[in-house]
Each structure stands twice: as C-alpha cells, then as structure tokens.
Design a protein around this ligand. Structure first.
Ligand SMILES: [Zn+2]
Length: 216
C-alpha cells in the first residue's frame, strides 16, 4: 500500500467535528513520519516531494502560497509553491497541500459547515493543522521544551518553521498560554478559488529552487 493510501485509510467516510478532524490529522502526520523514518527535526520537504505521483514546483507571482493540480496526462499531483515565499513558509505550504491531496476523496463529506465556519474554511484550517503536526510533532516539541529549548527563535530554527507557526504550535501543545488559535501564517483562501483543481498544467520543474525546502 502506498503512503498516501495508508494515510487516507485513517480518515473515516463521514462528517467530522473539529476535535476529531484534528486528532485524525495529527495521527496521519505521525504515521507519515513513521512510514518515512523521520525521527527528529527538522522534517525535510523531500518526504512529500519524493512520494510517488507527487511533483513539486515553485512559481513566482502565485496568488496563493500554494496550489495543487491533478495532472491527468501524467497521473500526478502537481504542487506549486510561491517562489517569493521564505523556505520555512514554502515547507509549511507543501505540508498543507499534501493534506488537501490526502483529503481529496472525502473532502465534501468530512468537513460540513459548522458554526460560523464554512466547509471550505474548515478544510483549509485542518490542512494548516496537519502541516503543523507534521513539521512540529507534539512529542518532539515537548521534548525540546523539556530539554530547555524554550526561546521562540531557537525552536523555530530547530523545526525549520516560521516563528509565528512555532508560536501557535506551542499554544496547541499547551506550553504557552492561548491567545488566538490555529492561525499559523496562511492567508484566507480567495473566495471562489478551488481547494484543488483538476487541470492540465505544464509547469517547468525548478527543483533547484526548492533545495532549501526539500533538504534534510
Ligand atoms: Zn489550502
């Protein structure tokens, strides 16, 4: 079974509440790390880019930090990251886009509108949460914190994430008091822009530009 199939199997085919959706995302992130043999920070983007049927490009001038297409001709998910973003942000976007791919078969069912949040907002928010869990696994964050690494800049550098993403993860892990929750760094998606689009693209692969994102 492929990594993608194994992660999809952790997702039940029914509507999910927020806490259950988050617990599943965290389990999927932990499973992905186990399957790819990553045991300490930071998590290289290559564990996503090297998956079969996934290709990663960067492109300047993207209206969003990341976008994913299904490329029919090659049967490949093509994730495009915004070239102008910092490597830490591109890495977070890459993990976020992977969750869209994992959720694709059940996304219309799994995240119905809930309270003040639309279905789309919930789907986006859970992708951020998955990215945080994958790049900043709870046990690793707690271990670093317990070993005395408690400065935001040092932790962010250790995990290869932005200080803002690190700060929200510390709140998630109950290590610093809560302010606003689950905001990480991403902008709200533009209304009308599909979560994933099924189109033909011919993006030039610019793998060298991705070196800082994919490197261990
Ligand atoms: Zn998204």
């Amino acid at each position: 079974m492929s990594v993608l199939q194994e992660l999809r199997q952790l997702m039940p085919s029914r509507p999910l509440g927020d806490s259950e959706a988050r617990a599943i995302a965290e389990r999927q992130a932990a499973r992905m790390l186990r399957l790819t043999g990553i045991t300490e920070p930071h998590v290289p983007g290559s564990i996503i880019a090297d998956l079969p049927r996934i290709a990663v490009d960067v492109r300047s001038g993207l209206p969003a930090s990341g976008v994913t297409h299904w490329q029919r001709s090659t049967h490949t998910w093509r994730i495009v990251l915004r070239a102008n973003d910092a490597a830490v942000r591109q890495r977070f976007s890459l993990a976020h886009e992977l969750k869209h791919i994992i959720d694709h078969p059940v996304v219309d069912l799994a995240y119905p509108a809930l309270g003040r949040h639309t279905s789309r907002q919930r789907a986006e928010s859970i992708c951020d949460y998955f990215a945080a869990c994958l790049l900043m696994p709870r046990p690793w964050v707690k271990k670093a914190w317990a070993s005395g690494v408690q400065q935001l800049d040092a932790l962010a550098e250790l995990f290869g994430v932005s200080q803002q993403a690190m700060q929200y993860r510390l709140i998630d892990c109950g290590l610093i008091p809560s302010g606003r929750h689950n905001l990480y760094f991403r902008e709200a998606p533009a209304p009308g822009r599909p979560l994933l689009s099924i189109v033909e693209t011919d993006a030039a692969a610019t793998r060298s530009a991705l070196t800082p994102v994919l490197a261990a």
